[in-house]
Design a protein around this ligand. Structure first.
Ligand code: CUA
Length: 311
């Protein structure tokens, strides 16, 4: 993924990535050359004008030319840097006419995406290659940061406001998304994957929706959905303590509720807990962090099949 000719920067996967890298390299060489010149002049002066026995220092007076050069020289250089940086910034902040709008919602600890047709997906987004995309980013709880290294873009997801970034994917294949703002226990697991596909495959996906890969059993599909929907950021499958109840041994159990009642963990309970997580809260789990998931029956059935294997 890293190429040796761009200083180990990640592969450029969007139209704006090359611009950001060019700017970075310009600032890098610019700084390096000027540092070398300044240090060289400094060393020359230290040696040439050092104190020597019998030589008396002459008082130095005003030098208008030098003052003008060292005042306006840097001003010109910084204005050039600002101009170049601002151009790249605007390109990445202002969406092109007709860009596809995707909502990206950060939440402890997952990314939820919403396509223009209203369908949603967790931690996984499909995009067509060559089409400009505008991400409208928000947060449901704390500060997160939507970070796509392949596009050289990062924008905070701030509770109570919308932020946005825009880019055009240029290569087929995966694009990693990270959360780049520390947001709690599972911050490091708050990852999402963008899959860039051909426009035809993307249209097909929009028309048909998500399906289990051919030949997978319901249990395997359920295990995939467990990771894909980020259930794994709050529910363990080995009995270890996490923000939500563990799934190990959960199926069929008489679960104690926070209000004192007891509930049998069956199809209805699991389905309700996925679609309306606040309806019943298990004892010891006062948190109401879990968002509702818009899963269809075949997916819920697969999750149940997977749960049954976790004895
Ligand atoms: Cu969300 Cu870190």
């Amino acid at each position: 993924m890293v190429s040796p000719d761009n200083f180990q920067l990640p592969e450029q996967l969007s139209t704006g990535a090359a611009e950001v890298d060019d700017l970075y390299m310009f600032v890098y060489w610019f700084s390096l050359i000027f540092t070398a010149i300044i240090v060289a002049v400094m060393i020359y002066c230290i040696v040439k004008f050092r104190r020597r026995p019998g030589v008396k220092a002459e008082p130095v007076g005003h030098n208008l030319v030098m003052e003008l050069v060292w005042t306006f020289g840097p001003v010109v250089f910084i204005a050039i840097l600002f101009h170049l940086g601002f151009k790249v910034y605007v390109h990445n902040a202002v969406a092109q006419e007709g860009a596809m709008e995707i909502r990206a919602r950060g939440r402890q600890w997952l990314w939820e995406f919403q396509y223009p047709n209203g369908s949603t997906a967790t931690n996984e987004l499909k995009l067509p290659v060559g089409k400009p995309v505008k991400f409208i980013i928000s947060s449901d709880d704390v500060l997160h940061s939507f970070y796509v290294p392949g596009a050289r873009l990062k924008r905070d997801a701030v509770p109570g406001m919308y932020t946005n970034i825009t880019f055009t994917p240029t290569k087929l294949g995966p694009m990693q998304v990270f959360c780049a703002e520390y947001c709690g226990t599972s911050h490091s697991g708050m990852l999402a994957m963008i899959e860039v596909m051909t426009p035809e495959a993307f249209q097909k996906f929009l028309d048909e929706g998500d399906k289990p890969p051919a030949g997978t059993s319901p249990e395997e599909y359920g295990a995939t959905l467990y990771k894909k929907n980020a259930c794994n950021t709050c529910h363990s499958v080995d009995g270890s303590k996490m923000p939500g109840p563990t799934w190990k041994g959960l199926w069929g159990k008489q679960e104690q509720m926070a209000d004192g009642s007891t509930v049998q963990v069956d199809e209805n309970y699991v389905k309700e807990s996925i679609l309306k997580p606040q309806a019943k809260i298990a004892a010891g789990f006062t948190t109401t962090q879990m968002p509702p998931f818009t899963l269809k029956d075949p997916q819920i059935d697969a999750i149940i099949a997977y749960m049954k294997t976790l004895k």
